[in-house]
Design a protein around this ligand. Structure first.
Ligand SMILES: Cc1cc2nc3c(=O)[nH]c(=O)nc-3n(C[C@H](O)[C@H](O)[C@H](O)COP(=O)(O)OP(=O)(O)OC[C@H]3O[C@@H](n4cnc5c(N)ncnc54)[C@H](O)[C@@H]3O)c2cc1C
Length: 335
């Protein structure tokens, strides 16, 4: 088959049996725009049972159709049944592209079915483009430590498969698109052939302090932090602002803050009203994960790259400026 014989773009809708995860809906909204450029139709792919009420959200994101897969093997996530289902579906319908949320599960099964289909899988693109001459999607992401933006394409093989991190694209539904095609598929996977056994299940004990993706205010601490003992003042500032604390990768690597608080390309993508960074140099791997209405940066180096991203820049010692902000806020609050 020629690559031009592959048509339509698919988005995998991850869900917990009740609700569609945000990432699938975000991808639908973004891939809708791509399909409007390429002329492809946009399909949402659902494995296992998802209540009909959730279908409305999917349609509202501009899907032209839904592919529902029923059968055995989908009781709980396992990479064998999931990658098998997508392999079977792709061989039958030949989509041009398949987008999967870059969650723990998505990053597990997407590369596996890409291998089974002998095609390419890209991860963590921050922008999507399209080359009308070649018909290839352009997956754009920071590379070489953020020094360049790499454009990745799958020039010969199809489908073009991609995992995209939650929060990379905005959930901005364009509204329903008229008639929706619904395809029902029965693809059973022998539960006995699943190589991974679920012995027990403990829902993620979600500590609200670690859920920063949509916090109204984030105080982000970077590698300029001397040590753990200096961290407390930043927690105090975050609390006074009604916000949460986040960090850059080096702080996670130094064992000072947990991975869930790492913001950026390989961490969490945040959307916030106010973002204040302290001792953050401004590598694109970090700033690519920040969508802030107001961005304030504090750094002792006046030439730090972060000053090219921020709305307000303060040159000075991070601890001193944090203490001054705390003092000013306390004075205003009469504390
Ligand atoms: C594939 C890949 C993915 C990555 N993903 C991420 C990611 O998701 N998130 C992420 O954060 N990084 C990520 N990185 C790492 C990224 O490239 C940078 O190395 C990192 O963001 C730098 O963190 P930083 O700004 O805190 O540290 P540094 O670059 O070390 O900067 C520290 C800053 O602190 C300032 N400073 C020092 N002391 C003081 C002081 N007393 N007062 C004020 N300022 C001070 C310095 O002037 C400097 O600007 C990734 C890298 C790669 C290769």
């Amino acid at each position: 088959m020629k690559k031009t014989d592959y048509k339509d773009m698919w988005v995998y809708i991850e869900h917990d049996g009740q609700t569609a995860a945000d990432v699938g809906l975000e991808l639908l909204c973004e891939v809708r725009k791509l399909c409007d450029t390429t002329g492809d139709r946009l399909f949402a792919v659902i494995l296992g049972n998802l209540p009909e009420t959730e279908t409305g959200k999917i349609i509202n994101c501009g899907a032209d159709g839904i592919i529902r897969v029923k059968g055995t093997g989908y009781g709980y996530f396992n990479t064998d049944a999931w990658s098998n289902a997508f392999t079977v579906l792709c061989r039958k319908y030949n989509p041009s592209a398949v987008f999967v949320g870059g969650t723990i599960n998505g990053r597990d099964f997407a590369p596996r079915f890409a291998v089974q289909l002998n095609t390419g899988c890209t991860s963590d693109a921050m922008e999507l483009g399209y080359d009308p001459e070649t018909g290839d999607i352009r997956f754009i992401e920071p590379a070489v430590g953020g020094k360049i933006m790499a454009v990745i394409t799958v020039p010969e093989l199809r489908p073009q498969i991609a995992t995209i991190r939650p929060g990379t694209f905005k959930y901005a539904p364009c509204g329903a698109r008229g008639e929706i095609s619904v395809i029902e598929e029965e693809i059973s996977f022998d539960p006995g052939a699943v190589r991974c056994r679920r012995l027990d299940y403990f829902p993620d004990e979600s500590d609200p302090e670690l859920d920063i993706a949509n916090a109204d205010c984030i105080v982000c601490v970077g590698n300029g932090l001397k040590d753990q003992e200096h961290l407390e003042r930043y927690r105090t500032l975050a609390k006074l602002l009604g916000g949460k604390i986040g960090c850059t990768r080096p702080l996670y690597e130094r064992g000072i803050l947990p991975y869930k608080l790492q913001i950026g390309q390989s961490g969490v993508m945040v959307k916030t009203k106010l973002y204040i960074s302290f001792g953050v140099s401004g590598a694109v791997n970090h700033t690519a994960g920040v969508d802030a209405d107001v961005f304030v940066a504090v750094d002792k180096n006046p030439d730090a790259q972060i000053f090219n991203f921020c709305d307000y820049g303060i040159v000075g010692d991070m601890d001193e400026i944090c203490d001054e902000m705390i003092a000013q806020l306390r004075a205003r609050k009469g504390q």
